[in-house]
Write a protein that binds this ligand. Sequence first.
Ligand code: SF4
Ligand code: SF4
Length: 418
Amino acid sequence: MAERWRLAKAVTLRPEAFGGMAFHRARGITLEVDAEAYEFLCACRSPGPLPPANHPAAHLVPQLIHLGFLVPAPSETTGALTPPPQATSWLGDGYTLSAPETIHLAITARCNYACPGCYVPHPGAEPELSPAEWCRLIDQWAQMRVFQLAVGGGEPLLYPGLFEVLAHARARGIVPSLTTNGTRLTAETVRRLAAAGVARVNLSWDADEQRQSTIVAVLQLLLDSTLQTGVNLLVTPTLLSDLPRILAQLRTLGVQRATILRPKPGAANAAWYETSRLHRADLLRLRAVLREWQGVLDLEVDSALVSLMRDQQPAFLRRRAVYGCAAARRICTVWPDGLVTPCSFLADLGAGNVRQVPFTELWRRGENWEPLRDANAQPQDPCAGCDIIRLCGGARCIARYEKGDLLAGDAACPQHHE
Ligand code: SF4
Ligand code: SF4
């Protein structure tokens, strides 16, 4: 009898206008496939033999097995794993997804630090959403098949119902991660984060030496736990000159992953941004450091640094799920009072508040988000004509700050004039 295979239990499927998406919750990998391949994946919810060579999805099977999306089915397994994914009322348009892949959840604006670069508007007049309100939202997101929640703040560990919210997300099949300044992490909080199903904790590195000693101490707690651990490095020109030393220190401490963040202008940090932005020469230096260190550490860059990869083929970037500026199309932010914006750095482009309108409706309507969702409205010079324009997007928050236009290109792109 032919060997039987089935979809891994940790895979979430979601239909889209172009076919569908599959997210592996344990591996954090997302695939986008056409309609025939999506139909095949749906069929794999029940065990069966691999498709014949002339099947339209047959060419994908080795990759699906390699990435753990298809697994051997024990011979006694019968029946489908989960009910078939329901098509939502809106499938997106192929450029904007039917639902966010990741929602950035600013769970509180409160913080025990006052970093000059912080983009979070100070706590407003409206009360924060309660844990019960967040949990009801998570139920809506589970129905839409949102894949991941990136929980931050403010300092999220100051939010009293944090563990309840995180555990509810995991129970509803959404993978939560957490970004923290580390000051509230203890052996007990690390244990509770792991118990709540958090996949990854990102610690924000700080240029202040006293704060660095706190980070180093809590890093050890995290590295000794089952949680994936990463460090976020906000690379200002000052930090850039020290970056190789910091990366060496992280490696010595046993850190494997670091995320490189570009300074970005937000609602509350304009004065800081003026002195902390990266110019083209800085981006060229940063690219050189990252090339030297990639492979020694697992380095990721944020959505505003995809231009550092412009020498890569678009197909290569697509295979690695690089989407650059995906604000309002693949991601959004929900603020502590329930306001929904395209991302954390376009906090004035509110589409509405989840206290008044269901999130599903706010996402579908995308009020105030039209320029970000128009597939034909690509960034202008120096981005016009760029090979990877659809995968980079030219850092729209920076373009708007510098030129007053979301659709202006990224004038600091290191490839410009090369
Ligand atoms: S030219 Fe624009 S779209 Fe192309 S890599 Fe640079 S910033 Fe990105
Ligand atoms: S506007 Fe785009 S580049 Fe800027 S932070 Fe948001 S997603 Fe990233």
